[in-house]
Design a protein around this ligand. Structure first.
Ligand SMILES: [Cu+2]
Length: 179
C-alpha cells in the first residue's frame, strides 16, 4: 500500500512542481515585458544612459581665441545621426588664463536663461545650473586642458551648444543637429 502511494505522490508532486515552474517562467517573461517598455520611455531623456551597442559619432570641438572678442568654437555647427552615441572631445586651445570654456548642450531658445542661471550657479558648479533644458555638459576647462563626453544622441531635432563661462555664450555657441 505504502509502496504504491509513494510513486503516485512523487508523480503528483513533480506535476505540481512543473506547473509552478512554467507559471514562474511565464510571469517572469510578462514582468520583463512590462518593466522593459515604460523604463525605456521614462529614461529616454537621460542622455548619459548609453547603449553599448550603438555606433559612435566622434566630434572634436576646439575652443580658441584669447580675448572676449576673438574667443570662439572652431565649429559653428555639429551634425550627428540619431541612434548613435556621441563622443565629444572638447579641447581648450586658448592660452589666456581668463579663457575657461565648457560645452553645454541645450534645447533651442534657452541660451540666455541658461547662461544667466549658470552665472548664479558659480564656478563650483562649472557655471551650469540644473535647468531642465540642459541636456548634457562637460566640466569647465582651463587653457590647454581637454575632456571627453559620451552621450546618447537626443531625438531628431535642432539643439544648441554654448559655453556658460560668464560673458562667453553670445560669442561661443553653435547649432547642434540630430538627423
Ligand atoms: Cu568659453
Amino acid at each position: 500500500m505504502n509502496i504504491q502511494i509513494a510513486p503516485t505522490l512523487r508523480f503528483v508532486l513533480s506535476f505540481i512542481l512543473m506547473a509552478v515552474l512554467i507559471h514562474c517562467s511565464d510571469s517572469k517573461q510578462t514582468t520583463d515585458d512590462i518593466t522593459g517598455m515604460p523604463a525605456d520611455e521614462s529614461l529616454s531623456d537621460d542622455l548619459t544612459l548609453i547603449d553599448p551597442d550603438a555606433p559612435i559619432t566622434e566630434v572634436t570641438l576646439r575652443a580658441q581665441g584669447n580675448t572676449m572678442d576673438d574667443m570662439r568654437y572652431d565649429l559653428s555647427e555639429i551634425t550627428v545621426s540619431a541612434g548613435t552615441t556621441v563622443k565629444l572631445i572638447l579641447i581648450n586651445e586658448s592660452t589666456d588664463s581668463s579663457m575657461q570654456h565648457n560645452f553645454v548642450l541645450i534645447r533651442r531658445g534657452f541660451s540666455q536663461e541658461i547662461a544667466d542661471e549658470g552665472l548664479k550657479a558659480g564656478p563650483e558648479k562649472n557655471y551650469v545650473s540644473n535647468h531642465p533644458e540642459v541636456l548634457v555638459f562637460t566640466k569647465m576647462l582651463k587653457p590647454g586642458e581637454q575632456t571627453e563626453l559620451l552621450f546618447k544622441a537626443p531625438s531628431k531635432a535642432e539643439y544648441q551648444y554654448i559655453c556658460t563661462y560668464p560673458g562667453h555664450f553670445s560669442k561661443m555657441n553653435g547649432r547642434f543637429f540630430v538627423e
